[in-house]
Write a protein that binds this ligand. Sequence first.
Ligand code: G
Ligand code: G
Ligand code: NA
Length: 256
Amino acid sequence: PAAGRGLARAIEKLELRLHYQPIIRVRDRAIEGVEALVRWQHPEQGRLLPQQFLPDVARAGLLPELDRWVLEAACADFRGWTAELGDRAPRHLNVNISADTLVADGLETMVMEALDSAGLAPDRLRLELPESAELSVLTGAVSQLAAVRRHGVAIMLDDMGAGLSTLRHLSVLPVSGIKIDQLFVSGMLSNRNDHAVVRLLSDLGHNLGLAVTAEGVETAEHLAELRRLGVPHAQGFYTGRPQPPDRLFDTLQGTL
Ligand code: G
Ligand code: G
Ligand code: NA
């Protein structure tokens, strides 16, 4: 399909771009990580967001190719920041992995090659598992995820509480952490149910020894409430917009 040829060309011609969104430690607001988010700088249509092109990429069967490009590019960017900033660089790089990539064989090779060629330690990388993946799909990938995790790479369940990300996922998958879906966080100050879900997931994560990040943190009031609930990490427009690598580097230097 046309979208497929377009994407193959986009990868070849370097039309894909990565933006990075800071993830902060709630306690002191230090930037503890960044999430890589892909954009397509289209020659005619301008900058496209993932929801505008990932469905076409999926239909063309090219998600594994896109995920590989993102992983390699993000590891290289992140390695640059650790080289410049040393132990003041963020601790973690979060990269999204699609269900198609998990179903295909070769996750361990793809991840270890990207880390090796960037010279990045595995414990700096966190893979985010898609909320859209059914458990049956992910179950087939358990051994691959476990293999990656044995190297020290963390596995995060994305958009927890929304879509298909369920409590059952936590029992079946070798998960290191959860990201609380942004809908609950943005609603928690006005909606008791949303607030209860944030508290539930926070307590659950704590009891299971999981890393917990709240998404969709848009105001100082959100951050204060997360602090009260004991949620350790936060991500959202309040902690920083997704931004191009050069601007993220300025942001990181500004926090020194
Ligand atoms: O870019 P935006 O901030 O609009 O991201 C929306 C969603 O698109 C993310 O939550 C994630 O699920 C998906 N996404 C963004 N970047 C990537 C990527 O590099 N790879 C994959 N597989 N999904 C991504
Ligand atoms: O699927 P994933 O959770 O990785 O999605 C991240 C998406 O959420 C990106 O599209 C990003 O631009 C968006 N996003 C990040 N922070 C906020 C926020 O505080 N509020 C809202 N509404 N969207 C956000
Ligand atoms: Na994500």
